[in-house]
Design a protein around this ligand. Sequence first.
Ligand code: MN
Length: 332
Amino acid sequence: MLKIVNYFLALSNHFEYDCMKTSKYKIIEVASELGAGKRGTSLAYAALHIADAERQHPVLSNIPHHKVVDHNHLIGSKPAYEHAKYISDLLEVNTNICKDVDTVLTEGKFPIIVSGDHSNAIGSIAGVKNHFHDKKVGVIWIDAHADLHTPFTTPSGNLHGMPVAVSLGLDNLDRTRNMVDEDLIPYWDKLKRIGSKDISPKIDTTDIVFIALRDFEIQEYFLIHDYNMKTFQPFDIKSLGIASVIQLTIDYLKDCDVIYISFDVDSLDTTISVGTGTPVYNGLQISEAKELLAAFMHLPQTKALEITEINPLLDNNNKMAKVVLDILDVVI
Ligand SMILES: [Mn+2]
């Protein structure tokens, strides 16, 4: 009998612990995938939810969940502009994201944004900046890619390659390679100014750190070089070790009052990141991602986390979602 009582006591303690652990968070699901070239990231939250239900100790199920209105009904329709596909629709989606992130922060909760493609970071960063409009916002961008393209430089026209340029307010006109339709420029400028406070840039070029960056075009490289942006590429991570990368990142962003973390699953090595649209070899190991995120999530300045580019349609047995849950398990 005593054994049974103890069992239920342990169970209820675990439940209370879980509730304590998860009550500070709110999940914002952004299923929008119009910014990507491959289809399927809109299913990211469903993939995580299914993988979570199979776990002995669920990670996400106790966290309240809210879904942002998207325009995925346009999938399959012809984009109006070749060099910024679905830009007018993604302006609306990202305006919705901005409002929802700002609302969750106003509720005193920590938003975990489960995002389809990476163009949704435009709205997330805008929401954080709109809420903390008089504060200095820093970004930790954990991604294989720089996402520093603009309509003037993009080879694909997909907006998921542009969120950092939007947030930094950069056009990169000096490296123009596309004949851009003039009609799209007002949308591009509005993307940079999303939020009721009408702020652009959202972040300064000195307040972003790229980690696991290893796949970028020359036009993006020029911006990194021009502004002397902080990067930790695979060579740096291997030579310094992950603990030093963490410390150097924290030191570099020490003047930022607020930190936003964006975790693109393609930052992980291709041996792990099957379920994502643009995998790149020589990426992070799972243990390294756990160390990075655990350290950054525990900083008092950190106010939001985005997880993006999980694509279960490209995956093998939902592995990507399972890996993300393993990482989140030590982080939240
Ligand atoms: Mn990305």
